[in-house]
Design a protein around this ligand. Sequence first.
Ligand SMILES: [Fe+2]
Ligand SMILES: [Fe+2]
Length: 225
Amino acid sequence: MTTYNSPAYRQAYSRINGMVVVGEGLADRHFRRLAALLPHDREELLRLGAMEARHARDFVGCGHNLGVKADAALAQRLLAPLHQQFQQAEANGDRVSCLVIQCLIIECFAVAAYRLYLPVADPYAAPITAAVMADEREHLNYGEQWLRPRFAAVAADVEACALRAVPVALGMLHELRADLATIGIDPSALVADFTLLFQESLKAVGFSSKAARSLVNRLAARALA
Ligand SMILES: [Fe+2]
Ligand SMILES: [Fe+2]
């Protein structure tokens, strides 16, 4: 049974909640940038961005409910390398990498993290987490649906972006392992869940089962290196 008001829980929660709130805010910014990059889907992408802004507010509320203030500084440092890759892709006019970073990698990560958090969440945070998780699936779906009809043209770029960005995303976890465990999330299970979701996502985009498996195996090797 988790004790939500123990000092250890509250300290760990402050850092994990910081990652969530800053990550949701970053997702909002990424969707607004994507709306500019993909004018045909502008309204849809602005709608998805507004959902992320709402997620950030809802998770700030979860912190307030426990009387915990989010540690934003750590989150900003940990999320900076992934955000920089997004900005670099945007500067290069590389819309595919922007989509892969936000709509596949970050969204798979969010779905995996919220799925594992849900059974150990406090009673206030649990229904919020369940609703947010459903939204993140919609965002993941948007990315898959955009990439799928263009698979032949984008496959090489999706792969190259995954090889650059997934190890960076997994790297964020290293400093959060102890905090994740304290709030009841097994960090190894989170990596495994993310990997599985990302592999499924690659298949939804058009990669064969064998190609998707081979790519995630290479990602795992890079993340461990
Ligand atoms: Fe979100
Ligand atoms: Fe999302």
